[in-house]
Ligand binder design. Structure first.
Ligand SMILES: [Zn+2]
Length: 123
C-alpha cells in the first residue's frame, strides 16, 4: 500500500462554544492541515496521485478559512470549530474536489506542533 501526503498551513481565529475554559474565548492558531491519499497501485509513471492535484484541492479549502474567524463560516456557525470538526470538514471538502478514484486515508489538523486531530470515515 502506498500513501502520499501533503501539508498546508493557515492562520485563523475561533472560539469553542460550550467549552469551560480559556478556549471558549476568541483566539487564533497557526493551523497545519495534513491530507493523506492511499492506494495499492501506482500509475504507469510510478505515481499514486499527483502531489499538485492534492495540493490544489487542499489549498482551495484553506483559501476559505485563512485569516478568517472560523465561527462565522458555514458550517462552523452551527457546529463547533474544534480540530476534530475541522479535520472532518477538510476530509469532506477535499473528497468533493479530488477524482473519486483516489482514496483519502485521513485529514489531520494540527492546532499546535504537539496537538492534532484526525478524521477518517469508519470502515
Ligand atoms: Zn483553539
Amino acid at each position: 500500500m502506498f500513501e502520499v501526503c501533503v501539508e498546508e498551513t493557515f492562520a485563523a481565529g475561533h472560539a469553542l462554544r460550550g467549552y469551560k475554559g480559556k478556549c471558549e474565548n476568541v483566539h487564533g492558531h497557526n493551523y497545519r492541515i495534513q491530507l493523506a491519499v492511499e492506494g495499492p497501485e501506482l500509475n504507469d509513471i510510478g505515481l499514486l496521485v499527483d502531489f499538485g492535484d492534492v495540493k490544489r484541492a487542499v489549498r482551495e479549502v484553506v483559501g476559505r478559512l485563512d485569516h478568517q474567524f472560523i465561527n462565522d463560516l458555514q458550517p462552523f456557525d452551527t457546529i463547533n470549530p474544534s480540530a476534530e470538526n475541522l479535520a472532518r470538514y477538510f476530509y469532506d471538502e477535499v473528497r468533493a474536489r479530488l477524482d473519486e478514484r483516489f482514496r483519502i486515508r485521513h485529514a489531520r489538523i494540527y492546532e499546535t506542533d504537539t496537538a492534532w486531530a484526525t478524521y477518517r470515515p469508519a470502515t
